[in-house]
Every structure is written in C-alpha cells, then in structure tokens.
Design a protein around this ligand. Structure first.
Ligand SMILES: Cc1cc2nc3c(=O)[nH]c(=O)nc-3n(C[C@H](O)[C@H](O)[C@H](O)COP(=O)(O)OP(=O)(O)OC[C@H]3O[C@@H](n4cnc5c(N)ncnc54)[C@H](O)[C@@H]3O)c2cc1C
Length: 303
C-alpha cells in the first residue's frame, strides 16, 4: 500500500484519532502550515503503539510534534504521518518534590501542579506555551533556568516501539539543545525534581515571569516565540533592533514591534513569507554586525 490508501487505512485503524490532509496551521501557534498527509493524535499508549507499528510496517516518514509552539510548517505541508503528542499523554503525578508528567502535559499545568504542592523550581516555565515533550527536546528555558535543571530522566519510545529510559545527563543538553533533536525518539514521560518552597513565594515568582512577558513580548499575537537563538553574550532581539529589523514586513509576516526576535503572523502569513523575512533579518544582522543568527524554531515539511 502507498499514498492515500495507506493513510485512509491508518485513519480507519485509529477511529477518532487520525485526520487526513489536516491543515497544520490548526496545530501551530504561528497559525501557519500546509496539510499533513495524516495527523494522528493517539488517545492512549495503545493508539501510539498501533501508529508506530503502521509507520514501521509501511516505512512511512514520521514527524512528531507537541503543541506546535516552536515550529514553522512549510506551505506544502508534511508528507507521511504527523504524530501529535497531546491529551492522550497528559497524566501528572506528584510525590514529595518529584513530578511525573506525560509528554503531552501543557507546561502551564506542570507549573500549576508544582505550585499547588509547594514545589519550587518550575516557575521559569510560566508563559511558555509548549508541552513537556517539546520542552525536553528543546531544553526550553527562561531567565537563566532551563528544563535540564529540573529533569531527572525521561521515558522514550524508539522506532520499533520499545520503551527506553534516559537520564538527564544522557540527553546532551545545552542552550535550547538536546540530542533528541533530529533523533527518531518520542518523548513519553518526564520525571522532574523540584525543591520545597512557600506557595506564596512560588506564586510571586510566577506572577513576575508572566508580567515580564506581558511587557516585553507580543503575547496575544500568533508567533512561535523567539525565532533565533541568542548569540553568545548578546540577544538576537537587540541585534535585529540595532540592525533596523524592527517592523520589517513580508506579506503578513512582520518582525514584532514589541520584541524584534518574534515574527508575528498578522493574519494570512505563509511559511514562505516568514522564511523570506527570516533571510532578510539574517542579512541585515550580518551586514551590521557580521554575526550569523541561527534558528531556534524548527522548520518542517515541504516548501
Ligand atoms: C509566545 C511564546 C513564548 C515562548 N517562550 C519561550 C521561552 O521563554 N523559552 C523557550 O525555551 N521557548 C519558548 N517558546 C517556544 C516553545 O514554546 C518551546 O520551545 C516549547 O518547549 C515547545 O514545545 P511544543 O510542545 O510546542 O513543541 P513543538 O513546537 O510541537 O515541537 C518542538 C520540537 O520538539 C519535538 N517534539 C515535540 N514533542 C515531542 C515529543 N513528545 N517527542 C519527541 N519530539 C517532540 C518536535 O519534533 C520539534 O522538533 C515560546 C513560544 C511562544 C509561542
């Protein structure tokens, strides 16, 4: 089987969990992206195992996503199976200062779970609109802290469907980097460790984080957060600002007037417009500072 029939077979094998030709713009915070041949959002481990069996059996390309808050999906979409790890993997358990969270758990829920039990160390995640899986892979962070600081170990699924355990030290963490990026491994569950802290102190820190974001980021616009990584010793936003990039626009994609490292979708931006704007911004910064910015967002699919 190849092409459409296999995707129809996948949809029929996973009732209510798979959609054909699903526009990826509905699954990204940028609200951009062409269709996935089939998007599967398993409602359980059984659904995931069946998906992986079919992917293996028919040798299909596989792309894993979480909440789509750090990805740019190209306009022709994604061939093969897009696996969205969401509500089917959203169990949270708390024991002492240890929190076990499924990969589909939204970070806001993780932050609130820690707060409700008086566990500190998770506050930096407040306002990051991703899932636990995406945060592990991206080593998401803010204000000097990152996911690697709270992660003890993860459970992963390899392409054959086998579950493996990896400690934090084995994940090659660095700034917005882990060795899971580009690897064919699915994050299933994360074991995190915090420290006992007064709830009012945790709440205060969360409030500060959210307030700071509200004042410095276009939080109510369609974006994917920081587009570029910060070069050592400086910030990409500052360089873009100084190079005259603020407000630059290609079609409906615009460098945010609030934060120059954010690109805003003003309504109907295409991935091509975002990519052209990215090229223009990179060129401005090279011309002005000789610094080559590297992408933090992951570009997926066919241009
Ligand atoms: C307004 C806004 C603010 C942001 N602020 C921050 C910030 O302060 N700090 C920060 O670090 N990021 C920030 N981000 C970016 C983004 O939220 C984080 O990178 C987040 O961790 C991505 O999680 P996600 O679930 O959306 O992953 P996605 O964007 O869906 O995926 C990101 C990467 O992880 C992979 N992936 C996702 N889930 C899994 C899984 N279960 N198994 C294997 N691979 C997986 C994908 O293949 C992809 O390569 C911001 C984004 C927005 C829109």
């Amino acid at each position: 089987m190849d092409g459409q029939p296999i995707y129809q077979f996948i949809r029929d094998s996973l009732p209510g969990q798979a959609q054909l030709d699903e526009p990826m713009k509905f699954h990204t915070t940028w609200r951009i992206g062409g269709p996935a041949d089939v998007l599967v959002e398993p409602d359980s481990m059984e659904g995931l195992r069946l998906t992986m069996d079919l992917v293996q059996k028919y040798n299909l390309p596989l792309t894993v996503i979480g909440n789509g808050s750090n990805i740019l999906v190209c306009d022709r979409g994604i061939r093969g199976v897009v696996l969205k790890i969401g509500d089917g993997f959203s169990k949270v358990t708390v024991e002492n200062n240890k929190i076990t969270a499924g990969a589909g758990v939204k970070l806001v829920r993780l932050v609130n779970a820690a707060l409700s039990k008086g566990i500190g160390g998770f506050e930096f995640l407040a306002g990051i609109p991703g899932t636990v899986g995406g945060a592990v892979v991206m080593n998401a962070g803010a204000n000097g802290a990152a996911f690697c600081d709270i992660l003890e170990y993860v459970f992963l699924m390899d392409p054959s469907g086998k579950t493996i355990r990896r400690s934090s030290e084995e994940l090659g963490f660095d700034y917005r980097m882990s060795n899971l990026q580009g690897a064919s491994l699915i994050v299933l569950e994360a074991y995190c460790l915090g420290v006992s802290r007064e709830k009012k102190d945790i709440q205060q820190k969360i409030d500060e984080m959210l307030e700071k974001r509200k004042n410095t980021q276009p939080t109510s616009s369609a974006t994917a957060g920081s587009v570029f990584k910060n070069p050592p010793g400086t910030s990409a936003g500052f360089l873009i600002d100084q190079a005259g990039g603020k407000g630059l626009r290609v079609g409906d994609a615009m460098v945010s007037a609030v934060h120059s490292n954010f690109i805003v979708n003003l309504g109907k931006a295409t991935a091509r417009e975002v990519l052209d704007l990215i090229d223009q911004v990179k060129e401005l910064v090279i011309q002005r500072f000789g610094t080559e910015l590297t992408l933090e967002v992951k570009v997926l699919g066919e241009d």
